[in-house]
Design a protein around this ligand. Structure first.
Ligand code: ADP
Ligand code: MG
Length: 631
């Protein structure tokens, strides 16, 4: 038969493909195997719908053979085959996918066939390694078999051939080896086996090859002989359906890295199956580090969803609660009802049941890690702990029971991570508050004037350095009936009855001094009072219960919340030298105390890391005081 030309565009496309689309020429084998698998799927599908075309599933397979002498590699399948017309249109037109058409032609309701092909280019990748390709095929729909032969750009010929078996045999005549390119590699048995496991391990049909192995001789087990055996190269069963005990850690790691595009091994693998209302297999991973885009809008959380081993959806969001959004992996269930477009039907109920079960599993795994592998857990927490803390704050605290035992804070006890449970367990006798302090860094917190007395009393203080911390703890309100207490708010309960009385008296005695200071700071503070939390420092700024100073800082960065302010209270240390100075100054000239109040207030703001309203006025006042002192 006369040689036919590829269509004009196709010619250019073919050239482009061979030279530039694929960087990795070994994928040609994956493409040819995928095509064979599609052809087998189609034949199987027909056998289910057409009684005349029944076939036993065990006769559906792919066969690979290499002939070193003739430099040929052959891939055969017992699939649906191609008619002359199909050969012409599917292999004669680049970028035309017969498989995609097959799928489109099916009645929508039965579209449940998992065809790989869709772009119509994979076949031609074989020209990266072959100088000549021969396709011999017989369609299940025809009596005549055909060959299609091409040496690349200059076209192809189609001829009739003798062939009984339905299916397709593709023979590649490999290119000659050059100094750089050793095409002969693809004839090596080990190389072929490796490529099949790498790319085509889950193809559902056996990929077979005759393989040489060493076996003990039957008459003399001491001696070995080389035997050639037919071997199935692919596992066919997906990793998540394999027996857990038979999976090596490297297998999980490789699977994770290739499937979820990470360079690093996962920190934890959670592999389980559930039998019940909805039965499913799950293979979940906690990444070894925070993904670079984890906090960006383009990070897409979700789990892959398979139904009966067939891929359905890449990022099923509803399967993961937001606070476990760092988990990657997949779920495979036989019990999901799919609709025509293969989105999930009965979304709510089925998905909810699934999601609840997954959440519980993840939670249990994290709790176990926290108990049994503390170091690992702390590493995990450094990567993803913020998400758990946000989870407590989210949805009006709905998830606090799930999450409160999973969060950690560094604390003043050795600067190490503690759980809330550990904190409460080692509270001092009579201590009934869980103390915390907020700041930009742990160092800044340590320097807070309010910390001194707590340290003196050896009370453990949790360090809150993330914006969300105080919000989350406010939602918790209590842990094991113990209230949380900011070192910056209200009564810390540090004074003995005696000390309390003493302070009350001091407050009474200095009533007019304190109220005149308060007058000077009318719009700024709610109260000026004697402090019971200071030791060596002169003043500090605290707040009423409710909005704290730290929250004011965080909220001021959010749009539309400029107006939300803490009720500030200026506290003065009655045992500090400055207090006597204030008393003296007040006796001499009550007006001067107003300037002092202003300076002290600004100092307190600075210590808290809050902006002062008028830095210039403040600086000038300090100067005046210095000048005054030396007159
Ligand atoms: P795709 O697989 O994306 O459709 P290909 O270029 O790999 O594109 O293949 C083009 C078409 O050729 C396929 O869609 C299919 O119709 C047909 N084809 C390729 N290989 C085979 C095969 N082994 N058996 C039957 N048909 C095949
Ligand atoms: Mg293909």
């Amino acid at each position: 038969m006369a040689k036919k030309q590829f269509k004009a565009e196709s010619k250019r496309l073919l050239d482009l493909m061979i030279n530039s689309i694929y960087t990795n020429r070994e994928i040609f084998l994956r493409e040819l195997i995928s095509n064979a698998s599609d052809a087998l799927d189609k034949r199987y599908y027909l056998s289910l719908t057409d009684d005349g075309k029944r076939i036993d599933k065990k006769n559906l397979k792919i066969d690979i053979s290499a002939d070193k002498a003739n430099r040929t590699l052959t891939i055969s399948d017992t699939g649906i085959g191609m008619t002359e017309k199909e050969l012409e249109s599917n292999l004669g037109t680049i970028a035309k996918s017969g498989s995609l058409e097959f799928k489109k032609e099916l009645d929508d309701a039965t579209k449940n066939i998992d065809i790989i092909g869709q772009f119509g280019v994979g076949f031609y990748s074989a020209f990266m390694v072959a100088k000549k390709i021969t396709v011999e095929t017989k369609s299940i729909h025809g009596d005549v078999a055909y060959s299609w032969v091409s040496e690349g750009e200059d076209g192809y010929t189609i001829n009739t051939i003798d062939r009984d078996q339905v299916g397709t045999t593709i023979t590649l005549e490999l290119k000659d080896d050059t100094a750089e390119d050793n095409y002969s590699d693809f004839l090596e048995s080990y190389q072929i086996q490796q490529l099949v496991t790498k790319y085509s391990d889950y193809v559902r049909y056996p990929i077979e090859m005759m393989v040489e192995t060493q076996k003990p001789k039957s008459d003399n087990p001491e001696e070995f002989e080389t035997v050639v055996e037919n071997k199935t190269l692919n596992s066919m069963v997906p990793l998540w359906k394999k027996n857990r005990k038979k999976i090596k850690p490297e297998e999980y790691n490789e699977f994770y890295k290739s499937k979820f595009m990470d360079w690093e091994d996962p920190q934890k693998v959670i592999h389980y199956n559930v039998e019940g209302n909805i039965s499913y297999n799950a293979l979940l991973f906690i990444p070894g580090k925070t993904p670079y885009n984890f906090y960006n809008a383009d990070y897409e959380p979700g789990l892959q969803l398979y139904c009966k081993g067939v891929f359905i959806m890449d990022k099923a969001k509803d399967l993961l609660p937001d606070y476990f959004r760092f988990v990657k992996g997949l779920i495979d269930s036989d019990d999901l009802n799919l609709n025509i477009s293969r989105e999930i039907l009965q979304q709510d109920r089925q998905m909810k049941v699934l999601a609840q079960s997954i959440e519980k599993k993840i939670k249990n795994n994290l709790e176990e890690m926290l108990k049994g592998e503390r170091e690992e857990y702390e590493k995990f927490f450094t990567n993803f702990g913020l998400t758990l803390k946000y989870g407590i704050y989210q949805d009006y605290g709905m998830h606090k029971d799930t999450l409160q035992n999973l969060i950690l804070f560094k604390s003043s006890k050795e600067d190490k991570y503690v759980t809330l449970e550990e904190y409460v367990e080692r509270m001092q006798e009579g201590q009934d508050l869980i103390y915390y302090a907020c700041g930009e860094t742990i160092d800044a917190i340590k320097k807070l004037p309010q910390m001194e007395r707590l340290q003196e009393k050896n009370l453990e203080v949790l360090y809150f350095i993330d914006d969300v911390d105080e919000f989350a703890i406010n939602i918790l309100n209590t842990y094991k009936d113990k209230k949380f207490k900011s070192v910056n708010q209200g009564d810390l309960g540090l004074d003995s009855e005696e000390e309390k009385k003493e302070k009350e008296e001091k407050a009474k005695e200095n009533q007019s001094l304190l109220s005149s200071m308060k007058d000077a700071l009318t719009d700024k503070v709610k109260e000026v009072r004697i402090s019971s939390r200071l030791k060596s420092h002169p003043v500090c700024l605290v707040s009423d219960e409710g909005i704290s100073l730290e929250m004011e800082k965080v909220l001021s960065q959010a749009p539309n919340s400029q107006g939300i302010k803490a009720n500030k209270i200026l506290e003065i240390n009655p045992d500090h030298e400055i207090f006597k100075t204030l008393q003296k100054a007040y006796e001499k000239n009550p007006d001067q105390v107003k300037d002092y109040a202003d300076v002290l207030y600004n100092q307190a703001l600075l210590i808290e890391g809050l902006p002062i309203e008028d830095p210039i006025a403040y600086a000038n006042k300090i100067c005046d005081l210095m000048i005054h002192a030396n007159k």
